[in-house]
Write a protein that binds this ligand. Structure first.
Ligand code: NAD
Length: 338
């Protein structure tokens, strides 16, 4: 097989860095090349790839910089686009960076691909199950209407639309993936699971927005990496694939499980004000990727959560410098983020 040149955008973030680790440890062919482009925003951390220095090339830059993307895409065969502003709470206090990265960023990638005018570059775009919005009943397959609720999910849905239009109009090779909530190693402490673990370790109150009744399907990040890789290898251009586990669980129960693993009291949970526009339930079916590609999650929530808790217990050096009162706060959507 010929050498594969990967361009991984957002490769210093949570899922992106796990994917680079996955490629380097299990999947990559000997001479494949990995180029990362990341502008060093929130969630980005070079320490996510500690120990792997020299195995990839890092370009510090913005995916919305069209010239840069033209240059990088010129020597890429597969672009995996993880780059995005992802902290939903922050999209409520300031949507602008979300429009920039999630929308102008993908526009810039698509234009650079169009300029290449070759059939030799494929975009695997990481969208989200949040594009479907609240699924009060039933499950969303890939044809389900998009009804995003937050500025974050609206920019992600808009990106999906733009990609589909470029595929149809210009024949751009693209595949869209819609993963459910991810958890695992190197996730920024502002997100629910790392925040709950860190607060519990310090015997501090864990905020449960609106009581924590919201229901999510949690996918372990290693399973997501396997799904992304299997789609790169066997996915059909022009298709959309949901990625989700079968386990759906309320946020309050996620926190209870964490407290149980850590042998801490449930009195550490604190019901706080709910975030505006908070979706109550996400539920997708990942039948399509399972049937057509043969992917399925390997980790149960129970097992993935134990591994995650253990990792945060053992890697305080990683998360300690990232935390402060704002990041661990009760209402991040009220904070004035830069
Ligand atoms: N984490 C989840 O639960 C989840 C679930 C479904 C989908 N997703 C999607 O997966 C992708 C990765 O999510 P994550 O949780 O790893 O996020 P993250 O915030 O940890 O990482 C995002 C990375 O993208 C980089 N980035 C943002 N804008 C950029 C720009 N304009 N140019 C260059 N780099 C830029 C950031 O610096 C950061 O390193 C995102 O597209 C997100 O929407 C995440």
């Amino acid at each position: 097989m010929s050498i594969m040149n990967y361009l991984i955008t957002g490769g210093l973030g949570f899922i992106g860095s796990n994917f680079v680790r996955y490629l380097l440890s299990t999947a990559k062919e000997k001479d494949d090349k990995i180029m990362i482009v990341d502008y060093g925003g929130i969630g980005s951390n070079e320490l996510n790839l500690k120990g792997l220095e020299g195995s990839y090339e890092l370009v510090k830059g913005d995916i919305a910089d069209r010239r840069l993307m033209e240059r990088l895409i010129n020597s890429a065969e597969v672009i995996v686009n993880f780059a995005a502003e992802t902290h939903v709470d922050r999209s409520i206090s300031n949507p602008e960076p979300f429009i920039h990265s999630n929308l102008i960023g993908i526009y810039s990638i698509l234009e650079a691909m169009r300029k290449k005018k070759e059939d030799e570059v494929k975009l695997v775009h990481i969208s989200t199950d949040e594009v479907y919005g609240d699924i009060r009943q039933g499950v969303a397959d890939e044809g389900y209407p998009l009804r995003p609720s937050s500025p974050y999910s609206a920019t992600k849905a808009s990106a999906d639309m733009l990609i589909l239009s470029y595929a149809r109009t210009y024949g751009i090779n693209s595949i869209i993936l819609r993963p459910s909530n991810n958890y695992g190693y190197y996730q920024f402490p502002e997100k629910l699971i790392p925040k709950a673990i860190i607060m519990a370790l310090g015997n501090k109150k864990i905020p449960l927005y609106g009581g924590g009744w919201q229901e999510r399907q949690w996918t372990f990040v290693v399973d997501t990496c396997e799904a992304v890789y299997s789609v790169i290898k066997r996915g059909k251009v022009g298709e959309i694939y949901n990625i989700s586990s079968d386990e759906s669980i309320r946020n309050v129960d996620v926190v209870k499980k964490i407290l149980k693993i850590l042998n801490k009291n449930e009195s550490l949970m604190e019901v706080t004000e709910d975030r505006p526009g908070h979706d109550t339930r996400y539920r997708t079916t990942s039948e399509k990727i399972r049937k057509e590609i043969g992917w399925r999650p390997r980790f149960t929530f129970e097992d993935g959560l134990k591994l995650t808790v253990k990792w945060y217990m053992e890697n305080e050096w990683w998360w300690k410098p990232l935390i402060n009162d704002k990041v661990l706060g009760k209402a991040p959507w009220k904070v004035d983020w830069p």
